[in-house]
Ligand binder design. Structure first.
Ligand code: SAM
Length: 298
């Protein structure tokens, strides 16, 4: 604990001692405002039943705070030097497991070793899975989207991300930010921006503003989506060509295996204007459209 100034000093000293220079290509911007670290943890509403996954251990300051509040913390760091720094700070804690590796296997997949560690921790009794992280900018989108593809996704995801990405997650139909990411998340969760943050709360300072996003899984909404991965690729295709009209967007989403007349028929039957655009449709309408097309073209 201490003032934010002390945190900056702390981070710098730790890194210097370990001979680490922050690498911006790995999103190594450390949160140096203690109060905001607490806001992040407060927003996640942690308790002893929670198994927390943190992506990007860094120096371990957030890990330390999470371990005080949650039952168990699994924290993944790609940079071996930072992993070593964090190990000194939190390596001895009985409820912390530090992994040194890339959290992702590929852009579309979490690393199985990370998921195994989470599963193992969850296997113990009545526990629930949460993500809390100051996410590296370069992998924030795949981390959030891939976690929602899991059979057992986190009940909440609370993370510091680029403000522009947070805007896209909570975007409403008819806005420029509304797209496949908004629909993917909002079709399964409630999402809100808890706080926006200026560059100076990080060291080194990033070029952009950040935000704390809080995403809460809504299992009933999620469960009504039949074949979620198909839905995911459907919405990606739907928003790929934003300037096209709905019919062309649907054809692109279906991989052009279908003919225009058949698509027009479905659109008409469901009361969709073929001259509309996908970004004007709310999440419910897109789910309805997907349901009808899925039945038709499976
Ligand atoms: N948790 C610390 C904090 O709050 O100050 C550090 C957060 S910093 C924004 C992001 C961290 O993620 C960096 O330490 C970086 O090395 C690490 N990182 C970047 N890409 C990663 C990946 N693919 N898998 C795991 N860690 C990664």
């Amino acid at each position: 604990a201490g003032s934010p100034r002390q945190t900056l000093t702390f981070v710098r000293e730790r890194l210097e001692a370990a001979g680490v220079r922050p690498k911006t290509d790995l999103g190594q911007n450390f949160l140096i405002d203690l109060n905001l670290l607490r806001v992040l943890a407060d927003t996640a509403q942690l308790g002893p039943q929670d198994v927390v996954l943190e992506v990007g251990t860094g120096t371990g300051s957030l890990t330390n705070l999470l371990a005080e509040r949650a039952g168990y913390v699994i924290s993944v760091e790609i940079d071996p030097k930072l992993h070593a720094v964090a190990k000194e700070l939190v390596g001895q804690k009985a409820n912390v497991r530090l992994l040194c590796q890339d959290a992702l296997k590929s852009k579309n997949r979490f690393h199985p070793a990370v998921l195994e560690a989470v599963e193992e921790a969850l296997a113990e009794g009545n526990r629930q899975f949460k993500l809390v992280a100051n996410l590296p900018y370069n992998v924030a989108t795949p981390v959030l989207t891939n976690l929602l593809s899991l059979e057992r996704p986190p009940v909440t995801m609370t993370a510091t991300i680029q403000k522009e990405l947070a805007d896209r997650i909570v975007a409403r139909p008819g806005t420029k930010d509304y797209g496949a990411l908004s629909v993917w998340i909002q079709s399964q969760c409630r999402a809100r921006i808890e706080r926006t943050m200026p560059p100076q709360v990080f060291w080194p300072r990033p070029k952009v503003f950040s935000a704390i996003i809080h995403i809460v899984l809504e299992p009933e909404r999620r469960n009504r989506i039949q074949d979620r991965e198909l839905f995911h690729s459907f919405i990606r295709g739907l928003f790929l060509h934003r300037r096209k009209f709905l019919r062309a967007q649907v054809l692109s989403a279906l991989g052009r295996k279908t003919d225009k007349a058949a698509v027009d028929e479905v659109l008409q039957k469901m009361g969709f204007d073929p001259q509309a655009r996908a970004e004007q449709l709310d999440v419910e309408s897109i789910l309805r459209l997907y349901g009808a097309l899925r039945d038709q073209f499976r």
